[in-house]
Design a protein around this ligand. Structure first.
Ligand code: AMP
Ligand code: ZN
Length: 116
């Protein structure tokens, strides 16, 4: 994926506006433009990588950082105690639409299991 054509890289650079709810050195998180729950935040690394199947050993800290950010954002959004779901879609069958690795933080309602 060409970084110039990546919508999430364009959010990182500021070329595309997003409702940013959290940022640190390696991570940015913003409200999903098409929310599937009362709280739906997309958490991305600032460094472009397409998907989970591209992760290497050296990326462990970066990917773990997404979960740490989710923990913080859940507190900011007031869903830390009620619970929430973290989802990372990888590839076609999972329905990954944006080829820049990301974690969905969903909360504010009860979710079904197994997922559809
Ligand atoms: P996925 O299907 O896992 O690739 O999820 C991509 C998510 O990114 C979807 O939930 C989209 O609604 C969301 N999304 C795509 N473009 C934007 C954007 N410009 N701002 C916020 N969320 C976006
Ligand atoms: Zn990207």
């Amino acid at each position: 994926m060409d970084v110039e054509n990546c919508i999430f890289c364009r959010i990182v650079s500021g070329a595309v506006k997003a409702a940013v709810v959290y940022e640190d050195d390696c991570t940015v998180a913003f409200d999903d433009i098409n929310p599937r729950a009362p709280v739906h935040v997309v958490i991305i690394p600032k460094r472009h990588i397409d998907m989970v199947s591209d992760l290497k050993e050296k990326d462990a800290g970066m990917f773990g950082g997404l979960a740490i950010a989710a923990n913080r954002i859940a507190r900011i959004k007031g869903i830390a105690d009620s619970g929430y779901r973290l989802i990372t879609n990888c590839g076609k069958d999972a329905g990954q639409e944006v080829l820049h690795i990301h974690m969905h933080l969903l909360g504010g309602r009860k979710f079904a299991w197994p997922p559809g």
